[in-house]
Design a protein around this ligand. Structure first.
Ligand code: GDP
Ligand code: IMO
Ligand code: MG
Length: 443
């Protein structure tokens, strides 16, 4: 299950819904930059690194190898859940995930400041620097954290090197290696019982024919390779990222479900063609309570962008969509949907690769009538006002995938299950008009 836009699509809510029939839920990328909200019986849970399946006591939750783990934040999250009587006994942490260190957070914050007007607008949680060290092969992994001698040895060299950067490049105070070691040893002891070979664990679950749900964080347009670079995160939220981040082969993935809001939001910097700087934008922000779960920043709001939607269908090989926050459009008189871009006088139906070109893209809109009535109590498609149903049909038509779930509020029951996204017919790639063809089988 992946985010089909720029994150915050309501993945937490949909993961929680799907987790009911999952034996294992796996987070495969990202870190505490994510903020996934689940509302159950009026109680709100904000999850950052722990999979949103954790509220089901029998569901195992795995933090996979492709994630980055800030142990202090993870322990806070564990403590918060335990205080709320949520069992974390079945939470497992990959031994090969990379660990966010204090210098990663400091460098993230300082480099954003140094970039000035060219900043990315990161969550300042040290995500980029942790992944950068992973790529540079200087990272510290959970296995190292669990091994006192390995950690001490690695920190001696690394902190000396990072202190050079902190002091000379950013004018910050150096870190004390002993203090960092002492802090992280304590974290290691608390997390040790949860640490496993996660890829093997997931493999065994799949062999036993258990249902495994891979929960994406962030969204397709924030993907390091396929998003709106450089205004992206440093991991691969797209469906393909599940294979790498969880350590499974692509042949074991049965379905890919995309989550998209009925409009669009974005936090942080970067081009956003359908962004609204008017009263309607403020209305969406207010009605949708569009403030970041992790940083509290106000999210930028705009109309649904079907160019991005089609792109997400293609990049992720989506079988179906969950459309969330339809209720937020209840009071809007006219609803616009971006069906193409105008780039320097030329109509474009695909996302340009260049950020500069993307910044010049003007949305080409089609306008649909609003419904001006509350949908939050609708529980079937038949309950929806005709205009709302027409809107959903229009989106499905534009993106050429069926809508399996419609969400009309934050709580579990404010949902219309149009079709079981897990057991319903698999057909997205076979739909008429979709250029992707399913390969013919031999043998
Ligand atoms: P995520 O990062 O994709 O999990 O999304 P967030 O949790 O960051 O943001 C989505 C917000 O919208 C949360 O506050 C949810 O409780 C809320 N939400 C989810 N679905 C709906 C919905 O259908 N309607 C409304 N009004 N709120 C929703
Ligand atoms: P969930 O999982 C929305 C954005 C940041 C910034 C960019 C890079 O809740 O959907 P980073 O700290 O990752 O280096 O920041 O990515 N971003 C998110 N935006 N939802 C998220 O997560 C995000 N995680 C990162 O705002 O623009
Ligand atoms: Mg979020």
């Amino acid at each position: 299950m992946i985010g089909a836009q720029w994150g915050d699509e309501g993945k937490g809510k949909i993961t929680d819904l799907l987790s009911k029939s999952a034996d294992v839920v796996v987070r495969y990328q990202g870190g505490v930059n994510a903020g996934h909200t689940v509302v159950v019986d009026g109680q709100t849970f904000k999850l950052h690194l722990i999979p949103s399946g954790i509220l089901y006591p029998d569901t195992e939750c795995v933090i996979g190898s492709g994630t980055v783990i800030d142990p202090g934040s993870l322990i806070q999250e564990l403590d918060t859940l335990e205080r709320l009587n949520v069992s974390t006994e079945k939470l497992y942490i990959s031994e090969t995930a990379h660990v966010t260190m204090p210098y990663h957070r400091l460098i993230d914050q300082a480099s954003e400041e140094k970039r000035g007007s060219k900043k990315i607008g990161t969550t300042k949680r040290g995500i980029g620097p942790t992944y950068a060290d992973k790529s540079e092969r200087t990272g510290i992994r959970v296995v190292d954290l669990m091994d006192y001698d390995a950690l001490r040895e690695q920190l001696e060299w690394t902190i000396q090197y990072k202190n050079g950067i902190l002091e000379k490049l950013y004018g910050l105070d150096p870190l004390d290696p002993k203090a960092v070691l002492d802090e992280y040893i304590q974290y290691a002891e608390r997390l040790r019982p949860h640490v496993i070979d996660s890829s093997l664990h997931v493999y065994k679950a799949i062999q036993q024919r258990q249902n495994v749900l891979f929960e994406g964080a962030q969204g397709t347009l924030l993907d390091l390779d396929h998003g709106t670079y450089p205004y992206v995160t440093s991991s691969n939220p797209v469906a393909g990222g599940a294979c790498i981040g969880a350590g499974i082969g692509p042949t074991v993935v049965d379905r890919v479900i995309g989550v998209a809001k009925a409009y669009t939001t974005r936090v942080g910097e970067g081009p956003f063609p359908t962004e609204l700087h008017c009263d309607v934008g403020s209305l969406l922000c207010e009605r949708g309570a569009e403030f970041g779960t992790t940083t509290g920043r106000q999210r930028r709001c705009g109309w649904f962008d079907a160019v991005i939607g089609r792109y997400a269908v293609r990049i992720n090989g989506l079988d179906c969509l969950a459309i969330t926050k339809l209720d937020v459009l209840d009071d809007v008189d006219e609803i616009k949907v971006c069906v193409a871009y105008d780039l320097d006088g030329e109509t474009r139906k695909e996302l340009p690769g260049s950020a500069r070109q993307f910044a010049r893209c003007q949305p080409v809109y089609e306008t649909l009538p609003g419904w001006n009535t509350s949908t939050s109590d609708c529980r079937s498609l038949d309950d929806l006002p005709k205009q709302a149903l027409d809107y959903l049909k229009f989106l499905a038509e534009l993106m050429k995938v069926p809508i399996a779930i419609v969400s009309l509020g934050a709580s579990r029951d404010q949902t219309i299950i149009v079709e079981d996204p897990i057991h319903g017919p698999k057909r997205a790639l076979l739909q008429e008009g979709n250029s992707q063809k399913s390969p013919s089988r031999v043998g």
